[in-house]
Design a protein around this ligand. Structure first.
Ligand code: SF4
Length: 279
């Protein structure tokens, strides 16, 4: 008899849920609602939002009476300025926890600290943190990027972290930074929903025969959950829909654990759980 255990924190985090609600409310009350890029890294959610009437654009063009939705990941200050100049009214769905990272980074910048961001250089959240600073921060994704040459001019630094990073990796990077920089202030800005997700994914896989992690391949936080789970339980699979699932994975497997990234809607989790039950 198969048992399926879904982590309590699987699926949408508070920030994504809030951004989607704001998008839906705005679209139901207004005609020209635009979104620069995808609201979250999940094609089905992007499609759901399109159906509510929100129009995805890739660049800002002059607009009369248009509304621009800023996504949960936030945006550089330049985007706000440009949008206002071009005639958009801004509805800001930046997650409050991302805003908090902006203000921590700015506070230390004003105290003349070099700002170091641990995160993925190309991720919208990191681009947004960088774009809310006056000075050029240093962005580090991996420990091996830390070389004495890169930091020889830095005597005091404040470290902030992309909200969905893995704490073990981050602590490793901070430890190495402390060897190269005299004064390092570490601000652990990994958000609470991410911490809870990672904590559950550090516990559940050890008790299960296999793990299914649900989320789009473009979702960085899903990737991290998958990597964490795979380390503990090699029978971990990353899927985005039931069509990605192979029946052979379930041979002789009774206890199946499920986790899901912050941009995975509940209906996809339910769809996959009921498909697994039917196998
Ligand atoms: S992952 Fe965390 S910081 Fe990012 S949107 Fe969700 S709650 Fe906010």
């Amino acid at each position: 008899m198969k048992t399926i255990t879904i982590t309590k924190s699987a699926g949408f985090c508070f920030g994504v849920r809030r951004a989607l609600q704001l998008a839906e409310q705005t679209a139901s009350a207004n005609k020209k609602v635009y979104m620069l890029g995808e609201i979250v890294h999940n094609p089905r959610v992007v499609n759901d939002i399109k159906k509510t009437g929100v129009i995805k654009i890739n660049e800002l063009r002059p607009q009369h009476n248009g509304i621009l939705l800023i996504r949960a990941h936030g945006a550089p200050r330049e985007t706000y300025k440009k949008a206002e100049k071009l005639g958009y009214t801004i509805i800001d769905a930046t997650c409050p926890m991302v805003k908090e990272i902006h203000s921590i980074a700015r506070e230390y910048e004003q105290k003349k600290f070099k700002i170091i961001i641990i995160g993925d250089k190309k991720h919208d959240e990191v681009i947004g943190i960088k774009g809310n600073l006056e000075t050029e921060p240093i962005i580090i994704a991996k420990k091996k990027e830390i070389t004495p040459k890169a930091f020889y001019r830095v005597s005091k630094a404040a470290v902030v972290v992309q909200s969905t990073q893995n704490i073990d990796k981050v602590l490793d990077i901070v430890e190495k930074l402390e060897k190269h920089i005299k004064k390092v202030v570490f601000c652990n800005t990994i958000c609470l929903p991410t911490r809870l997700k990672q904590q559950e994914i550090q516990e559940l896989p050890a008790t299960q025969d296999m793990m299914i992690i649900i989320g789009a391949k473009s979702s960085a936080n899903t990737k991290r959950l998958y990597e964490l789970s795979k380390k503990i339980n090699p029978n971990t699979y990353w899927v985005n829909s039931k069509t990605d699932i192979r029946k052979s994975w379930f041979k002789n497997k009774q206890k199946i654990g499920i986790g899901a990234g912050a941009s995975t809607p509940e209906y996809i989790i339910k769809e996959i759980a009921s498909y697994i039950r039917s196998i």
